[in-house]
Design a protein around this ligand. Structure first.
Ligand SMILES: NC(=O)c1ccc[n+]([C@@H]2O[C@H](COP(=O)([O-])OP(=O)(O)OC[C@H]3O[C@@H](n4cnc5c(N)ncnc54)[C@H](OP(=O)(O)O)[C@@H]3O)[C@@H](O)[C@H]2O)c1
Length: 196
């Protein structure tokens, strides 16, 4: 029988050490997901796991700089070794420069592009072979309204990754879902049976 709750599904969250990523991990854990928490600040990830009261059967902490292909592949390897599968991925890690074009520096822009654009693409590239193999999976790419609309005095925000409203360039048709990101329902959207 098809499951109707995400109990035991495995969710990978990048940028889980604060803000939206940490909140996402908290909601997912409350909803029954096992969580793989990735970011550069390991102590923040461990504090979150402690706060959520999760043991190693429910949570994996992994330091990962999303701009590093080695870190990303090691993250996927560790997730599969611990849990045996990945059901959904939240590519959330990102940085922003809260300033205008002339106040920010080329170093800011480089970090932003490497984290927000390359990092998001590497997260998808590292996880997609596993999702394709299982013919099941779901991506949430966190972006910014600034990627869709110019914001006065925030010129650098336009350097963000493409909008999360259009993630399909990275995802095959069976990865698409009409469900809202807040949904706790199973991620399958194509009518295919969920793999065990
Ligand atoms: N909050 C907003 O209003 C807003 C608006 C538009 C877009 N966003 C986007 O939403 C996402 C989350 O933002 P937030 O507000 O929650 O910001 P945040 O609290 O600063 O969180 C950013 C997260 O990204 C991680 N991160 C940054 N660089 C990383 C890297 N190279 N490798 C791995 N992890 C990295 C950080 O962890 P470590 O430092 O520990 O690595 C942190 O966990 C970002 O992509 C941001 O651009 C947010």
């Amino acid at each position: 029988m098809e499951r109707t709750t995400p109990q035991d599904d495995v969710l990978v969250v990048t940028g889980a050490s604060s803000g939206i990523g940490a909140a996402c991990a908290r909601r997912a854990s409350d909803a029954g997901y096992r969580v793989v928490l990735a970011a550069r600040r390991e102590e923040r990830l461990r504090a979150l796991v402690d706060d959520l009261g999760l043991d190693q059967d429910r949570a994996l902490v992994r330091t990962c700089d999303v701009a590093s292909w080695e870190d990303q592949t090691a993250l996927v390897d560790a997730a599969l070794e611990r849990f045996g599968r990945i059901d959904a991925v939240v590519a959330n890690a990102g940085v922003s420069a809260q300033m205008g074009l002339l106040e920010s520096t080329p170093q800011h822009w480089q970090q932003m592009v490497l984290t927000n654009v390359l990092g998001t693409a590497l997260t998808v590239r590292a996880t997609l072979p596993h999702l394709l193999e299982r013919e099941f999976g779901h991506y949430v790419l966190v972006s910014s309204m600034a990627a869709r609309r110019p914001v006065p005095a925030r010129s650098t925000a336009r350097r963000r990754r493409p909008s999360a409203a259009s993630p399909t360039p990275y995802a095959p048709s069976w990865c698409r879902s009409g469900r809202s990101p807040g949904s706790t329902s199973p991620c399958s959207s194509s009518g295919r049976s969920r793999p065990r």
